[in-house]
Design a protein around this ligand. Structure first.
Ligand SMILES: Cc1cc2nc3c(=O)[nH]c(=O)nc-3n(C[C@H](O)[C@H](O)[C@H](O)COP(=O)(O)OP(=O)(O)OC[C@H]3O[C@@H](n4cnc5c(N)ncnc54)[C@H](O)[C@@H]3O)c2cc1C
Length: 384
């Protein structure tokens, strides 16, 4: 049996960030990270397309990006390595009056929070990508500081720094039970070993509800498949253009340098599950939406496609809190498609919560598990 001060369950970018931030605060801590797979980062983290955006509709999600942003834009200084951040901007577009009104509200809130987002008219959008069909658009929003980075690079950055401070990462170690004595959690078990610790952090991504169930904590975060289609290089398109989201359909396009274009979205309402088999028929909707908004993309040659799983909550905000029962059990999951971009903030805030008893870098009261029972949810509107 091994002992630790903190056990982190899950070796994705969230678990890696939490381990790093704990040890950055106190290198004397004994932290063990347990990962069920043979390698870290093979879950949702390996499937994330790396988007980083400020353009959310709630103060909480905007603030989480702002806290995280230096880890992308200033990664060499903060993490000692690049995470290949490219500030290409995000462009949200719509033809629907209701959605456009919401976009206006979002921008007003973002600007009050110091974000450089703005409303943008169709003519200016066309200048960003000449292949974009804008005639039917009412308008959109753009933020030049949004962009994308390398999820695996960020995870490896967190883990390298944490290992220097003594983190033990154990792979092929699925947590199959969480032990409690009275009102407290006292450790976890895997098929191979027992681990004793007064603090257990559930960072199991799309499996977090299952890990919660091991100790009687109901977590309303569910796994939903998200597919991505990768085209051939498309030399007629600029090497860099904004990540474009058509909010009418949920379709998005994301340039990957010279090499390819990624497309996806339109699959928000699938049933929950862990199946990552590619459903080729579902791409009909992607091509239909592409054909309407950027017609040459509907004829692009498909190089490959893959599917991953996102952990979605009913209000599209993460869950970040200490469980009321048992004590010592912490939850960091349900990041609803923003977990990569928010992972630096989540690690920082979780370290504060565990070590100081409360998060101080921002108010995380709205991210508690209790909000669902209390009905105090505020749903993120800028989802795709
Ligand atoms: C196609 C796709 C595109 C995305 N694009 C973006 C994007 O552009 N920007 C963005 O911010 N986010 C994006 N996301 C979401 C992002 O990938 C996730 O929010 C983020 O990776 C969550 O990280 P995590 O560490 O919580 O989960 P994961 O990376 O899934 O890590 C959880 C880990 O826990 C392990 N685990 C589970 N159960 C156990 C157990 N019982 N014992 C031990 N280990 C266990 C798993 O094996 C896994 O390695 C995307 C997701 C998908 C699928």
């Amino acid at each position: 049996m091994a002992t630790a001060d903190v056990i982190v369950v899950g070796g994705g970018v969230i678990g890696g960030s939490i381990a790093y931030h704990l040890l950055a605060r106190d290198p004397r801590l004994k932290v063990i990270l347990l990962e069920k797979e043979a390698e870290v980062g093979t879950g949702a983290t390996s499937k994330a397309t790396g988007g980083v955006r400020h353009q959310f509709s709630t103060e909480t999600n905007i603030r989480l990006t702002q806290l995280s942003y230096p880890y992308f834009a200033d990664a060499e200084r903060v993490l000692g390595r690049s995470v290949d951040f490219i500030p290409h901007g995000y462009l949200f577009v719509t033809t629907e009056p209701g959605t456009f009104e919401q976009l206006k509200k979002n921008v007003a809130l973002q600007r009050r929070r110091g974000v450089r987002s703005r409303l943008i008219d169709p003519r200016e959008m066309k200048a960003m990508l000449s292949q974009l069909v804008v005639d039917d658009l009412l308008g959109g929003t753009f933020c030049p500081d949004d962009g994308s980075a390398d999820p695996y690079g960020l995870l490896q950055g967190f883990l390298a720094l944490a290992r220097e401070r003594g983190l033990r990462v154990l792979t092929s170690e699925p947590v199959v039970s969480v032990s409690r004595e009275g009102e407290r959690v006292v450790g976890v078990e895997t098929p191979r070993d027992r681990y004793r610790a007064p603090v257990v952090v559930n960072a199991a991504g799309p499996y977090a509800d299952r890990v919660g169930a091991l100790v009687g904590v109901a977590i309303p975060s569910k796994p939903y498949r998200r597919q991505v289609l990768v085209t051939d290089p498309l030399p007629d398109f600029p090497e860099v253009f904004p990540l474009i989201v058509d909010l009418d359909t949920g379709w998005y396009v994301h340039r990957q340098g010279k090499s390819a274009v990624l497309m996806g979205g339109t699959d928000k309402d699938e049933h929950p599950g862990y199946d990552t088999t590619v459903d080729w028929e579902a791409f009909d909707l992607v091509f239909k939406a592409a054909g309407k908004r950027v017609p040459p993309l509907a004829d692009a040659k498909v190089m490959r496609a893959y599917a991953g799983v996102r952990d979605l909550t009913p209000d599209y905000h993460g869950i970040l809190c200490a469980a009321r029962d048992p004590q010592g059990f912490y939850i960091a999951c349900g990041f609803s498609g923003h977990g990569f971009m928010h992972s630096p903030a989540i690690g920082l805030l979780m370290a504060e919560l565990i070590l100081d008893g409360r998060a101080t870098s921002m108010d995380i009261g709205g991210l508690s598990l209790e909000r669902f029972k209390a009905g105090t949810v505020s749903t993120e509107a800028n989802m795709f």
